[in-house]
Design a protein around this ligand. Structure first.
Ligand code: GLC
Length: 489
């Protein structure tokens, strides 16, 4: 029985299914998928942030932030909106969304995700714009009929379970722009602009309880933080008590009332913004301070294998929500996507890769193509990914400059070159302490393994042109790390 305190919740073990799954699909779908516009020319969020918060929020690469960008005077989104839609309020997209909803086919999504090799999917049930993707018992008190007319989470969950995948819900806890009018233009705004009323706290609590009761999600993914008058620990404890196999992410901290008072003071606000920027530039924004089963670096990865579980999330392009400005260049290439999954898994992460369906519920062909390429790679190399755990070392570089990543499972060690494989590869700082069988999964080619002064050499009869061809070495214990001088232990 879990209790609503951090100590009790900390006893919740990360379930094996989550460790094993490795690949999930994030789905950002909502009203913002209709205008589908964000600035791409300055790169992804890691680049726009480097130009300062004001620049970032004015030129936000996230299309799901459309309403916030629209509220910033002089922003490119404002110009786009006026040219395209005149004075039409954002909230009016709800009618168009619902009209198009007749075309949505959850089975088509589920079958794509399965072919991509995903083991779970996480859907935005409410993003920052406040639109609910299901008819809730707790409708938005400000905007009438501000919800999808179909039960999108329910229908998607069914389609996913028919294909053997698990279902998770994303919910924007701290922010709901139907309750607030002021645009967010800095990090402090991100933390304190959310509605702080008792009514909003109760609204969020009620939605979480409703999501848990109706959809029994295996992932409860809250965003930004929790409203000051809500009860996140009680929500999480009840969730675990109903589904001990469930997991929660790390964005549940409550931005307290004190902080709200303090930042009214301009110098304090400036100081907090400066500190936040420093952390972001040092790549520390991934840290979470609330109770969590896993951390959630966004458009970033952990530099090393961590003892704690994490899940990297990012879009296939620079945005989570569908962005009409994306081009083949702004999307990850299929190869980069495969490399990203390998990188993340070698360091104890899962990859939650995002799709942004358009306003009609279609997943754009380029996104489908990338996912299917990943699925085709996993079809052959999946045993080096699913169910693995980090090895003694996550990465090394072959003397020819080929980056290598490692994973292990049972008695097998997997070495995965992040490039085409020439006839020979050397694993530096490693040696054989006994006989080993080495096989390249892409073509089943046996490899010869031998100790050399530069490391463990793997050689095949021929090079292999496949992307990231994983190599299985068995038994794993026959491969050992040498010390800094290259001596065999
Ligand atoms: C962020 C963004 C958001 C996106 C999310 C995904 O916090 O505000 O648009 O949904 O993270 O990780």
């Amino acid at each position: 029985m879990y209790l609503p305190d951090k100590k009790s919740l900390a006893a919740h073990p990360v379930p094996e299914w989550f460790h094993d799954a490795k690949l999930g699909i994030f789905i950002h779908w909502g009203l913002y998928s209709i205008p589908a516009f964000a600035v791409t020319e300055y790169g992804d969020i890691t680049r726009t942030m480097q130009r300062g918060f004001e620049f970032h929020f004015t030129n936000n690469p996230y299309a799901e932030w459309y309403l916030n960008s629209l509220r910033i005077t002089g922003s490119p989104t404002q110009a786009f909106h006026h040219a395209q839609y005149g004075d039409c309020p954002y909230m009016d997209f709800a009618q168009d969304f619902n009209t198009s909803l007749v075309h949505w086919q959850p089975q088509v999504w589920a079958s794509l995700f399965r072919r991509a090799g995903a083991r779970y999917a996480v859907l935005t049930t409410k993003h920052h714009d406040g639109f609910l993707l299901y008819p809730s018992e707790h409708p938005n008190p400000i905007q009438p009929d501000y919800h999808a007319v179909r039960d999108i989470p329910g229908e998607l969950k069914d389609a996913l379970s028919q294909q053997g995948m698990r279902f998770g819900t994303y919910y924007s806890g701290a922010l709901d722009w139907t309750f607030t009018q002021e645009a967010i233009t800095d990090v402090v705004g991100l933390l304190v602009n959310g509605p702080a009323s008792t009514a909003y706290g109760a609204y969020v609590d009620a939605h979480f309880r409703e999501l848990v009761r109706r959809y029994q999600p295996d992932v409860l993914w809250n965003d930004i933080g929790y409203p000051p008058m809500g009860h996140p620990l009680a929500v999480i404890a009840d969730y675990y008590n109903q589904n001990p196999q469930g997991v929660v992410n790390d964005r549940w901290s409550v931005s307290g009332k004190q902080m709200r008072g303090l930042v009214q003071w301009k110098p304090v606000r400036r100081l907090i913004n400066r500190m936040a920027m420093k952390m972001i530039l040092q790549g520390k924004s991934a840290a979470g301070s609330s109770h969590s089963d896993f951390r959630t670096p966004e458009y970033q990865q952990m530099a090393e294998a961590t003892p704690d579980k994490w899940e990297a999330c990012q879009g296939l392009g620079y945005s989570f929500g569908y962005n009409r400005m994306d081009t083949a260049d702004t999307y990850l290439s299929s190869e980069a996507l495969i490399h990203l999954l390998v990188e993340v898994v070698s360091k104890n992460g899962n990859l939650l890769i995002n799709v942004g369906p358009d306003g009609q519920g279609q997943i754009p062909p380029v996104q489908q193509e990338r996912l299917l390429a990943l699925g085709a790679w996993l079809e052959i190399n999946g045993e080096a990914i699913y169910g693995t755990r980090p090895w003694l070392k996550a990465e090394a570089t072959d003397p020819q400059g080929i980056p290598l990543r490692f994973t292990r499972k049972g008695d097998a060690l997997y070495a995965i070159p992040l490039e085409r494989m020439p006839r020979e590869l050397v694993l530096p700082g490693m040696c054989l302490a006994g006989p080993v069988t080495a096989v390249r999964l892409a073509d089943g080619a046996p490899l010869q393994a031998e100790n050399t002064p530069t490391g463990l050499r793997l050689s095949a009869a021929a090079a292999c042109d496949a992307t990231a061809p994983a190599i299985r070495l068995e038994p794993a214990r026959a491969v050992q790390l040498t010390d800094a001088r290259g001596a065999v232990p």
